[in-house]
Design a protein around this ligand. Structure first.
Ligand code: FAD
Length: 484
């Protein structure tokens, strides 16, 4: 059987190689280090953690990344297995001894009889003879390959920096203050003239907001990142520093909008939020890409009328980050529509974080293996964490007509990516739940549904993709189970 070529031996590539090999398919894993290093990696080990040593919360009952850990354990993830084996104390988080962790992943991958490691950079498009390729070269993909992918996918389809505006859970916005309206009631392609959430600001509130932005603590760019500011994508705090009126003439301009709660009062400035996912559970703050420190973002953005109790699905940031406009370019199985032999995995697909990158590697490895074995398979349902992440990358994000080329931005897994659930109103004892308790109950319900649906998927149509075990026992399971 022709092998699957996995390019990049980071979190996603190591996991993809492991999963495909466990399914019984030979893999050649290509890693350019140490011959060519990235600006962030320091060792020649596979699955190196380039910064923090944390895989974040391990709480599967109320935290979406904890749910993802649980699912990856159930799916035989080598990354989570190595993390579990090299844990260091970190309260409720799964943190690891970084060297022990990456050496454990490397040892497992290198000792797998179906995986061959080839050290060396793939500096352009993979050779035509490679029929099945997983590109998992991460946020710091080498320039030769990045340029080749960029020319294959077309202008603007591959970004080299993210410019992330904060995303707010829709149900945490106070709609007694905010209102729905599109500027000048302009209809979108779907005929909706009230697509945006609008938060009005008086002059005093605006002045206080600008002062807070100017005084706030900011994060610095790393040396290798340079200063990637370009027109149309300035951080809001930089706009505020350029002049007190700049924001009011930019993303916070109050024109073409009438406050539905006080039509006679003209707002001095308006903050707009745009729907971010097809489910309508998340809204991004338009034009609010930022380098403010995370703590400052929570404090300052809650100064916006209507967002006093906002819960953030993601905070803003700007980083060096190579990633595709995946919802447009990839099919639901992570294959490049223009050249389906090329599949993508990890951060380059527009997920964010160690765990998410490994999770997308996991599913890419399984999908590639199933394809090699000639089996049609289903993907995990979007009610699971891994399915929700896959859905975000391949289609869940919506791009509005005026969103600009950078509408799709990298995203950590979070409950906002999951289809909504009917919120529990009472606890198990029948007692009525209050505000914060309801939020916790909702997360528990989403987690329980994810657990049940992953189990259902394991038992049903997805099972051929989900067998654990070793390479020896995996392949027959592909053949005997029902295909979809
Ligand atoms: C500076 C920085 C700090 C980060 N900090 C965190 C953090 O603290 N926590 C967190 O959760 N996430 C963090 N991230 C985000 C992200 O989770 C990690 O970058 C993660 O490692 C991504 O996994 P990956 O497998 O997609 O890419 P990587 O782990 O980067 O793996 C990609 C691999 O591909 C190799 N490669 C690249 N180009 C080629 C080529 N042409 N040929 C062959 N091999 C190639 C690289 O050497 C690398 O080994 C950070 C990202 C950056 C850039």
């Amino acid at each position: 059987m022709h092998p699957i070529h996995v390019i990049g031996g980071g979190l996603a590539g190591s996991e993809a190689a492991w999963q495909a090999a466990e399914a019984g398919v030979p893999v050649v894993l290509h890693e350019m280090r140490p011959a060519r290093m990235t600006a962030a990696h320091r060792t020649n080990h596979l699955a190196e953690l380039v910064c923090s040593n944390s895989f974040r919360s391990d709480d599967a009952s109320t935290n979406a990344v904890g749910v993802l850990h649980r699912e990856m354990r159930a799916l035989g993830s080598i990354v989570i297995k190595a993390a579990d084996a090299h844990q260091v104390p970190a309260g409720g988080a799964l943190a690891v001894d970084r060297d022990g962790f990456s050496q454990a992943v490397e040892k497992a991958v290198l000792s797998h009889p179906l995986i061959t490691l080839e050290r060396g950079e793939i500096a352009g498009l993979p050779p035509e003879a490679w029929e099945s390729v997983i590109i998992a070269t991460g946020p710091l993909t080498s320039p030769g390959l990045a340029e080749a992918v960029a020319s294959l996918t077309g202008e603007g389809a591959l970004a080299f920096f993210d410019a992330i505006a904060p995303i707010v859970h829709r149900d945490s916005i106070d709609m007694d203050v905010a209102w729905m309206q599109s500027r000048y009631d302009k209809e979108g392609p779907g005929g909706d003239a009230a697509a945006y959430v609008n938060c009005p600001m008086s002059r005093d509130r605006y002045e206080a907001f600008v002062d807070a932005l100017i005084a706030a603590e900011k994060t610095e760019f790393r040396e290798f990142e340079g200063t990637p500011y370009f027109d149309g994508c300035l951080p809001i705090e930089v706009m505020a520093e350029r002049g007190r009126e700049t924001l009011r003439h930019g993303p916070m301009k109050p024109v073409g909008l009438t406050n539905a709660h006080a039509p006679a009062v003209k707002p001095y400035a308006v903050v707009q939020l745009r729907q971010d996912n097809a489910l309508g559970t998340m809204f991004n703050i338009v034009g609010f890409q930022t380098k403010l420190k995370y703590g400052e973002q929570g404090r300052i953005f809650r100064m916006i009328p209507g967002l006093e109790n906002a819960e953030f699905a993601r905070l803003g940031g700007i980083h060096r980050n190579t990633y595709l406009n995946s919802p447009r370019l990839l099919d639901t199985r992570l294959r490049l529509k223009a050249q389906p032999r090329l599949r993508f995995a990890g951060q380059i697909t527009g997920c964010e974080g160690y765990v998410e990158s490994a999770a997308v590697g996991l599913i890419a490895g399984r999908l590639a293996a199933a394809e090699r074995l000639g089996i049609a398979v289903t993907t995990p349902p979007p009610t699971t964490a891994i399915g929700a992440l896959l859905n975000h990358i391949t289609g869940g994000h919506i791009e509005s007509i005026d969103a600009g080329p950078r509408s799709f931005q990298p995203m950590n897994v979070n409950f906002g990516l999951f289809p909504p659930i009917v919120e529990p109103r009472v606890d198990d004892a029948g007692k009525r739940l209050r505000g914060p308790e309801r939020g916790v109950a909702r997360k528990r319900a989403l987690s329980a549904r994810a657990e049940a649906d992953l189990a259902g998927w394991l038992d049903g149509a997805g099972r051929e993709l989900t067998m654990g075990g070793t390479h020896g026992s995996f392949a027959p399971a592909f053949r005997i189970l029902r295909t979809v």
